[in-house]
Design a protein around this ligand. Structure first.
Ligand code: SF4
Length: 276
C-alpha cells in the first residue's frame, strides 16, 4: 500500500513572510490603473511645481479643500490661492474664486440640512486589506446612518450630473469608499450592512444614489480592486511604473513633465505641432 498521504501530512507547515503594508486611496489607485507612470511623476513632483489643471479640476480641488475649513481659514486659503494655483489657470484665478464660493455656499447649505435631520459625521476611514497588505484610506464628505444596518456615504462633485450616468472613475472610487467604510464599521459592530453610495452634483444640485449589499462590494473588491493592488505592490517593489498614454492624457496634471504626453496629444489631435 502506498504511503504518499502520510508523507504529506507529516510535512511541517509552510511559514509565509508577513506582507509588508503599503497604503493608498481610491483616487491614487485609479490614477495608477489609468497610467502607472503618472503616480511616479506625481510623487517626484511633491511640491506640485509642474502641475497643470483644467479650470474644472482647479475649482474641484479648491472646493474640496475648503469644505472642511471654518470661515477664517477658508478666507486665508482663498487669499493665498494665487500662490498655489496651477500656472495655466492663473489668468482665471478670479473665476476660480467666484465659482468656488458659489459652489461652497451650496455645499454648506446641503450639508447643514443633512446634518440636521439624520445622524451624520465627517471622518476619514481606513481599513487594512489583509489579502493584499494595503491600508486603504477613504475620506468622503459625509457619512450617515439613517437606519440600523444602513450606511449612506456622500461625496461632492463640483460639476453637473450627466443624467443617471456616473463616470467610471467616480463609480470605482465610491464603491471602494463603501467597502472601506463598511469594513471599518464592522470592526465596531459585526452586523449586516446595506450601503448607499451618494454622489451630490453641486452645479445642478442632483443626487445620484446607488445601493449596494456587502456581497456586491466584496465581489467588486475581489474582481476589480485586489488584482490592481497586487500590480501596484509589484510596481512599488520593482520601482517599475510604466507610462500608459491614452485619451486620459489631455486631462493629466503631469503632462508638462511627461515624456510621452506631447506625442500622445499630437497623435489624438489635441495639439498641433506642424509649422504654420
Ligand atoms: S500624460 Fe499620459 S502618459 Fe504621461 S503621465 Fe499623464 S497619463 Fe501618463
Amino acid at each position: 500500500m502506498k504511503t504518499k498521504t502520510a508523507t504529506t501530512l507529516n510535512a511541517p507547515p509552510v511559514q509565509r513572510e508577513p506582507l509588508k503594508t503599503y497604503s493608498t486611496s481610491p483616487s491614487s489607485l485609479w490614477d495608477y490603473i489609468q497610467c502607472p507612470g503618472r503616480v511616479r511623476l506625481r510623487r517626484w513632483d511633491k511640491e506640485e511645481k509642474h502641475r497643470l489643471s483644467t479650470l474644472k479640476q482647479e475649482i474641484g480641488r479648491v472646493v474640496h479643500d475648503l469644505v472642511p475649513l471654518d470661515e477664517r481659514n477658508r478666507q486665508d486659503r482663498l487669499d493665498s490661492l494665487h500662490y498655489d494655483i496651477s500656472a495655466d489657470i492663473l489668468p482665471q484665478a478670479e473665476r476660480v474664486v467666484s465659482e468656488s464660493e458659489t459652489l461652497l455656499a451650496r455645499s454648506d447649505r446641503i450639508i447643514a440640512y443633512l446634518k440636521k435631520y439624520k445622524s451624520a459625521w465627517e471622518e476619514t476611514f481606513d481599513f487594512l486589506d489583509s489579502v493584499t497588505g494595503f491600508r486603504i484610506y477613504a475620506q468622503p464628505e459625509l457619512v450617515m446612518r439613517p437606519r440600523f444596518g444602513e450606511v449612506t456615504v456622500f461625496d461632492l462633485k463640483t460639476t453637473a450630473s450627466k443624467g443617471k450616468y456616473v463616470s467610471q472613475r467616480d463609480g470605482f472610487k465610491m464603491k471602494l469608499f463603501g467597502w472601506v467604510i463598511l469594513n471599518a464599521l464592522k470592526q465596531e459592530r459585526d452586523i449586516d450592512y446595506r450601503v448607499n453610495l451618494s454622489l451630490l452634483y453641486l452645479k445642478d444640485e442632483k443626487l445620484i444614489e446607488t445601493p449596494y449589499s456587502e456581497a456586491d462590494l466584496d465581489s467588486f473588491m475581489n474582481a476589480e480592486v485586489r488584482p490592481k493592488l497586487r500590480k501596484l505592490r509589484r510596481s512599488i517593489e520593482t520601482r517599475e511604473f510604466m507610462l500608459r498614454p491614452g485619451g486620459h492624457c489631455k486631462h493629466c496634471q503631469m503632462r508638462s513633465i511627461c515624456p510621452l504626453a506631447k506625442y500622445e496629444l499630437e497623435r489624438s489631435g489635441e495639439i498641433n505641432s506642424s509649422p504654420d
